[in-house]
Structure formats: C-alpha cells, structure tokens
Ligand binder design. Structure first.
Ligand SMILES: Cc1cc2nc3c(=O)[nH]c(=O)nc-3n(C[C@H](O)[C@H](O)[C@H](O)COP(=O)(O)OP(=O)(O)OC[C@H]3O[C@@H](n4cnc5c(N)ncnc54)[C@H](O)[C@@H]3O)c2cc1C
Length: 441
C-alpha cells in the first residue's frame, strides 16, 4: 500500500536529537552549549526517559571501587537536585536506603536517589538554560533519507505531521527507532534471551519497620514458593525521599520490547501482577499493612531492546580480554549480566561475569555503519545484549550522550563528510573541558 500526504517543512537544525532520555538530554545539552542550533524531540511531555516515566529514581555507576567514573552533566544535575533537597546518596547498595541528608560537596562514588517530579523540572530547566529547543509531545515517525545521509526527521506533532531538516541526527530513542525507520541494520536479542521487562511502582502509606526483617521473611516465603508468581528472588525495593513512599520493583514479564502487541500484553500482565504484589506485602510485610499503589511507570520498561550495528561493538569478549578498545570514550566496568537467572522461571539463562579494572565505550559503538551523519547514544548503541548491563545506567548514558552531541558539533563545525572523520583527540579534549571526568587519562 502506498500512503502519501503533504508534510509541512519547518526551519532546520544543525543537530536534531530524537528521544529525551538521559542520553538524549546529554547529547542536546552538549550540542547546544557548544553553540549549535539544537532540537530535542520527545513523545512524552517531559524529559528523563526511563528515569522519569518508569519510577526509576536511582542513579547508578557514578563511581566504582572508590573511583569516580562519570561526572559531566549527570553530576551537574545531581548537584542541582541536591540544592533543592531532592537527591541523596544511598547508605549502601543492598539496603537501598537513602541517607536522608544533603550530599553537599561530597564526591559521587555510590548510588544516588532522586525525587522524580523535581527531576522533571530540573531537566526542563537545564535544557532551556542550555539553549536547546524542546519539541515534546511529538512522536518521531520517519526520516528523509538521501543515500548514506538522513536529511530530515518526520514527526507526528499534536498540530499534525512536520518535517524538520537536520545536518546531524542523533538516535537517542533507546530502541534505535531512527536507524530502524531509516532502513539501517539493527540487532535485537530474542525475547527469551534478554533481560526481562518491568513496571515499577511506588507504594505509599508505608510505616516504620525494620527492612532487614522483611528481607529475611521475603526470602523464606520465596523459598517456600509463597510469593506471587514471576517475582525476583530478592525483594527489590528502594526507599524514596518522601515519607511513607517505597519503590517496589520485583514483578517481571518476558517479551519483545519492540512489538506493540507484545508490549500491550505485558502491560496488562504487569499491572495485574503489581496488585498481587501490593496484596502480598500488605499481608506479609511489617510496615506495609496499609500501603497502596501511589503511582506506577507510564509504560512497560525495557532494559535492552534494539541496537544499531556500529562501526565498533562492545562485547563480553572485549570486557573479558580487558584491553582498552580503540578510541575509548566513557569508562565502564568490566562486568556483564543482570536480571536473568536468579528468578523463579521463564527468564534468560544465567549470564554473569566480572573482572577487575575498567574498560571503555569506543566512539565507533555510537556510529551506525550505514550512515554518514547519524550517531546513536544510550542503551541502543552497538553492544552485545549480554554486555548491556555495563553501559545502560543513566549516568553512563548521559555521558555518552554528551560525547555524541560533542562529536556532532565537531562534524558540523568542520563540515566533515562522515562521523568517522571526527578527530578523536579533539572530541576527547572537548569532553574533558565539559568536566566529563570519565574522559580523564
Ligand atoms: C525497569 C528499569 C529499571 C532501571 N533502573 C535503573 C536504575 O535504578 N538506575 C539506573 O541508572 N538505570 C536504571 N535503568 C536503566 C536506565 O534507566 C536506562 O538504561 C536509561 O534510561 C537509558 O537511557 P536512554 O536515554 O538510552 O533511553 P531511555 O531512557 O529509554 O529514553 C529514550 C527516550 O526516547 C523517547 N522515545 C522513544 N521513541 C520515541 C519516538 N518514536 N518519538 C519520540 N520520542 C521517543 C522515549 O519516550 C524516552 O524518553 C533501568 C531500566 C529499566 C527498564
């Protein structure tokens, strides 16, 4: 079937970033601060991606083993959140309990929790102050392609479809929608071989209790098969900064994150399962007797979906070997595997490993191999599904977004024919100037 319609063309941009998750925010802020006319497109009404629409309040991976790996915009955002009383370091990794006091000038070496509504406002502020043009409530639909270049993006806005010309397009959609719609090659692991899907929710009305007692009880009930079906072995939770609010995150589903019908099925299943979870904690857990579902993720949340086929790729072998890849951009840990194997049933086989020291995301993993003026950043870069866990955290995604935004500016400024021609030393130098600690020697 051929479908044709007239689409109005709007003013063009140097850099168009599609998707306002942590990666897209990083890309747009860097591009705009470096002086390029930058547009950020998002289907929801606010930025933050999984971090703000999925009740996912924790920023992981700032530091590992006493060394800070990521700084840049992610740290700037957390410092602003701290000034509003909307961020806190966690006491430790296991307990998921905030310190409930200001971070002040202390280094960011552990996990940081945040208040979602504040984060939405801070992201809006940072983007506006940086000079990014935001076009939210707009669904990316397709591209105008000329050989190896994407010359414009087609958006479904509330007022109707529009076409926006672009010199460089950055795919920060999480699932490589831009590259996929442009006819580029993408990769995706089968649903039963990848990380499961979730709809996290925040329980309200939780009263004082000893979390350790609940953890112990949960494990006993799990061992006795008395927990709801399709839940994690451990009671996944995180205490929020607002009193009486706890994120509960242990129900899961398996399916295809890039298939509308399957996402619809999982949405139904997970929302029903969340009621089983709240009934269970009200019945079994001290402090939860009068708890309720206060709010829940906007949609099924996908940890790993579709990935670009890049000029370079992050693999488990690369992490295992430990040699730094060519053109290393953002430092990452040498570990893989998560959210598989340790649940009751129906999940991907156990895949887990870790080695000391660090590896890095190579610049080439951000470059789709079939396009000259396109970059990807965030969880849709070129990476083996099994190695996803080392790159997908919000801090890391934001840092690689900054790298993509910076590379786009260098390409536009110097009229480079392809993104592969961006001089790596110049890219690195600019990232260091933007206080991306991750780019230190
Ligand atoms: C359940 C769950 C829990 C997690 N918990 C944590 C955690 O505690 N800590 C942590 O650091 N990380 C966590 N993560 C990982 C982290 O949140 C994500 O990997 C990270 O947000 C990825 O960033 P991104 O910008 O690449 O993509 P996303 O956050 O997915 O953002 C992509 C953006 O693109 C937009 N978009 C997509 N398609 C279109 C379109 N067609 N048109 C317009 N806009 C579009 C989306 O609306 C979204 O805003 C979690 C992930 C999941 C799924």
């Amino acid at each position: 079937m051929l479908y044709q319609c007239e689409i109005p063309e709007r003013a063009g941009y140097d850099v168009v970033v599609v998707g306002a998750g942590p990666a897209g925010i990083g890309a747009a802020v860097s591009a705009a601060r470096l002086g390029r006319k930058t547009l950020l497109v998002e289907k929801y009404g606010y930025a933050g991606g999984v971090g703000t629409w999925a009740c996912c309040t924790l920023f992981f991976n700032f530091g590992v083993g006493g060394r800070q790996l990521v700084s840049g915009l992610a740290e700037e955002v957390i410092r602003r959140m701290d000034a509003r009383g909307a961020a806190s370091l966690m006491i430790n990794d296991a307990c998921q309990m905030p310190e409930f006091r200001p971070i002040a000038g202390r280094p960011l070496l552990g996990k940081v929790t945040t208040k979602t509504e504040d984060l939405r406002v801070v992201y809006h502020d940072v983007l506006s102050e940086s000079g990014v043009d935001k076009l939210f409530y707009s669904h990316f639909y397709g591209v105008v392609r000329d050989g190896r270049r994407i010359t414009g993006v087609v958006l479904d806005c509330l007022e109707g479809p529009v076409m926006i010309p672009a010199k460089v397009v950055i795919d920060a959609t999480g699932d490589a929608h831009v590259v996929h719609r442009a006819g580029g090659h993408t990769e995706q692991a089968p649903a039963d071989q990848t990380m499961h899907k979730s709809i996290f929710f925040i329980a309200g009305g939780v009263t004082a209790h000893d979390p350790a007692v609940n953890y112990q009880r949960y494990e006993e009930l799990f061992a006795a098969d008395k927990t709801p079906a399709m839940v994690w072995r451990h009671m996944g939770l995180s205490y929020q900064l607002d009193p009486g609010m706890v994120q509960l995150a242990f129900a899961y589903a398996n399916g295809d994150g890039c298939d509308s019908a399957d996402m619809t099925r999982m949405d139904h299943e997970l929302r029903k399962r969340n009621f089983e979870v709240i009934d269970f904690v009200r019945r079994e857990m001290s402090g939860y007797e009068n708890s309720f579902i206060a709010h829940s993720a906007q949609q099924v949340s996908v940890r790993s979906g579709r990935h670009i086929r890049g000029v370079a790729k992050i693999s488990v072998e690369m992490l295992r070997e430990g040699a730094m890849p060519e053109q290393p951009l953002i430092y990452i840990t040498r570990r893989f595997g998560s959210h598989s194997g340790d649940q009751k049933k129906g999940l991907a086989p156990e895949r887990r490993g870790s080695w000391p020291g660090f590896s890095a995301i190579p610049y080439g993993a951000l470059i789709p191999d079939e396009f000259d003026n396109v970059l990807a950043c965030g969880r849709c870069i070129s990476v083996d599904d099994a190695a996803m866990d080392t790159i997908r955290m919000m801090t890391t995604c934001m840092a690689m977004g900054q790298a993509a935004g910076t590379a786009a500016c260098i390409a536009v400024d110097n009229r480079l024919p392809t993104m592969t021609k961006v001089p790596f030393a110049k890219l690195r130098q600019s990232l260091i100037a933007q206080n991306c600690l991750c780019c230190e020697e």
